[in-house]
Design a binder for this molecule. Structure first.
Ligand code: NDP
Ligand code: HSE
Length: 442
């Protein structure tokens, strides 16, 4: 680095998994990064909760503090990198930083999903930008791809495995027969899970991310509250196995789809044909399938969580902001926060769950007696829903209870729920039906 090189100063809020990974990448690749930006990036200070905790990075030369105001009010700091998580202190920090004219880089999808619309407006009013690539799908540059690379397309749908913890759990359960809570504990130890892991297993984290992607893809304000959200905690290993027998994989999928009735926004376990690439995305890896009218299908794949994959996205955002500052264009991003100027974003009608349209997997637990299969198929026939596949498993105990597994063609969810209601009233039915949505993604 030369003496005349411009210096840009960072303050990092949070030095845990992602904060520590970010310091490591910035320190290890310092020459390369300054070669690419022509700027020396200096980490001045970092916020932590506990000054004495062990860190995964070398903190020598970094001023450590437990008072966020030391950083967000520091006039020497140009960029605030927010990696504490949550939506209280993090929000306050961003608001102060923005008011002080500082650019922000964040990995905080909970914050962006809930308060992105207002925070982006504040940033634009103060001529600074909020960069948030790491908030969706860890190390995959999906925001850049969607917002910039696909800006010439009308987006038809986005379907993604966008929670690394959930995908890690499903993979380990199916491939190694491991217990759900045991794998979750490992995901926490590896730094993949959220501070509150129910965000991962109940689908909330994926819903945050889907809301962000849908806003960019469909040019609408972020609408997290409208995302239909179902997690993986209720999934049974037997359904993962039956799906495999039928030539499918169950993945926790976020789907944002343009339909004639409006936009479907939903995250839930989903059967996907095993021949699709995305069905074979395993472990902590994420993948996002985006279909644009011009480009067709694009699949974006990479590590969805973890220290350095996420740091890769954070550092890429830092580089973008550094380039903007060093070019003298301090003003708001040339690329609008959601890819469309705020005043041109259009609120969209969001489709309710009963109007969702997809295929369905049903597992019925019934008495092994003659005529049950005929009764079930009759109910579907009356609603004009075709059954694409059906299997009946041998009774496993003396009570002669059998499992019937069937796959339907695409139909309205309301119609399917009416069938289930009728089926549940049959005397042979022994347990509530298990319903899982199917997406062919063809
Ligand atoms: P960690 O829990 O590992 O780290 C959080 C850091 O913030 C810690 O250093 C903690 O201090 C500090 N911190 C938290 N609360 C306070 C507070 N009130 N005052 C001062 N310091 C505080 O979280 P992650 O690094 O995993 O996640 C950070 C953000 O990145 C979250 O928004 C998360 O959703 C997001 N993210 C995480 C990914 C991952 O793979 N982990 C991937 C993509 C995004 P101390 O260390 O002293 O406790
Ligand atoms: N907890 C999140 C996940 C971190 O497992 O995907 C990455 O956003």
């Amino acid at each position: 680095m030369t003496d005349i090189m411009q210096k840009i100063t960072l303050g990092i809020l949070g030095l845990g998994t992602v904060g520590g990974g970010t310091v490591n990448v910035l320190q290890r690749n310092t020459e390369k990064i300054s070669g690419r930006t022509g700027v020396e990036i200096h980490i001045k200070s970092a916020l932590v909760r506990s000054l004495n905790s062990e860190r995964i990075c070398d903190c020598s030369g970094i001023q450590m503090t437990t008072d966020h105001l030391d950083i967000v009010n520091d006039p020497e700091i140009d960029i605030i990198v927010e990696l504490i998580g949550g939506d209280t202190l993090a929000k306050e920090c961003l608001e102060i930083a923005i008011a002080n004219g500082k650019h922000v880089v964040t990995a905080n999808k909970a914050l962006i999903a809930k308060y992105g619309n207002e925070l982006f407006a504040k940033a634009e009013a103060n001529n600074v930008s909020i960069a948030y690539e790491a908030s969706v799908a860890g190390g995959i540059s999906i925001i850049k791809a969607l917002r910039e690379g696909m800006s010439g397309n009308e987006i038809e749908f986005i379907a993604g495995i966008i929670n690394g913890t959930g995908n890690f759990i499903l993979t380990e359960m199916l491939e190694k027969g491991r217990d759900f809570s045991d794998v979750l504990a490992e995901a926490q130890a590896l730094g993949y899970a959220e501070a509150d892991p129910t965000f991962d297993v109940e689908g909330i984290d994926a819903a945050h991310k889907l809301a962000i992607l849908a806003a960019i893809g469909f040019g609408m304000p972020i609408d997290f509250e409208s995302v239909y959200t179902q997690g993986i905690s209720g999934l049974a290993l037997e359904d993962l196995k039956y799906a495999q027998e039928l030539g499918y994989r169950i993945k926790h999928l976020g789907v944002a789809k343009r339909t004639e009735n409006g936009i479907e926004l939903r995250v839930h376990p989903t059967l996907i044909p095993e021949k699709r690439l995305i069905a074979n995305v395993n472990g902590v890896m994420n993948a996002v399938l985006v279909r644009g009218d011009a480009v067709g299908n694009t699949l974006h794949y990479g590590a969805g969580a973890g220290a350095e994959p996420t740091a890769s996205a954070i550092v890429s955002d830092i580089v973008d902001v550094v380039r903007r500052i060093s070019s003298g264009n301090h003003s708001a991003s040339a690329v609008p926060h959601l890819g469309v100027a705020a005043e041109l974003l259009q609120t969209q009608k969001i489709v309710t769950v009963s109007e969702f349209s997809c295929g369905f997997y049903l597992r019925l637990t019934v008495n092994d007696e003659p005529g049950v299969m005929a009764q079930v198929t009759q109910i579907f026939a009356e609603k004009n829903i075709s059954i694409e596949a059906i299997i009946q498993k041998e009774p496993t105990d003396e009570q002669k209870i059998v499992q019937i597994i069937l796959l339907t063609e695409e139909c309205r969810e309301k119609l399917l729920d009416e069938c289930i209601q009728e089926i549940q009233s049959l005397s042979a039915i022994q347990a509530p039906a298990v319903k899982i949505r199917v997406e062919h993604l063809s």
